[in-house]
Design a protein around this ligand. Sequence first.
Ligand code: 5GP
Length: 208
Amino acid sequence: MLERQGNLFVVSGPSGAGKGSIIKQLIKQRPEIWVSVSATSREPRQDEVEAVSYFFKSKDEFRRLIDQRAFLEWAEVFCNYYGTLRQPVLDALKQGTNVILEIDIQGALQIKQMYDEAIFVFILPPSLDELEKRIKNRGSETEESLALRLKTALEEISYIEKYDYFIINDDLAESTRKLDAIITAENAKVARDVIEMLDSADKGFMLG
Ligand code: 5GP
């Protein structure tokens, strides 16, 4: 039997839409899915853990990694660098593992250009008021960075048409179910390798 490569799922949406919470919930139920850990030059938040939340780098270290072509994609978001490390993602896909990237729109567009087979999912907040409330509740943003995150949210939402699926996150359990369903459906899609596999299999039955 031919081995199938893993599917690459790109999840984006405004900061505060709840992407992180949905993905965390999902992998409790589907631990076989691998969530890529990004590198960033931003300071860790209080509850964040090195190599689990992010690989935290200085701006200089990050630029060195860019020069070494270590990133599949990278972008400057809210005055800091964020990037997906290339090798672990490629290794996981080759092994047939489904991979989730939680990245911003700039990064998602880079992935779309190089790998159109990726599946793009956009997470929306139920409303902009709710989005503001969620970012404020995090307690980690200044007035200035809150304003920047809200302005960016509006810009980002205008890119939704580039995505394959959307989820309005007003209920965490329901949103998690939807992402789970998207992944299940995408994994069941008939792909070229399956067609080849059937074609080369013993034709031991007849139709009609
Ligand atoms: P935060 O600072 O709230 O953790 O993340 C800010 C934004 O950066 C979010 O929209 C998040 O999806 C995005 N982000 C996180 N990791 C990456 C990455 O590796 N690449 C890109 N392009 N964006 C990322």
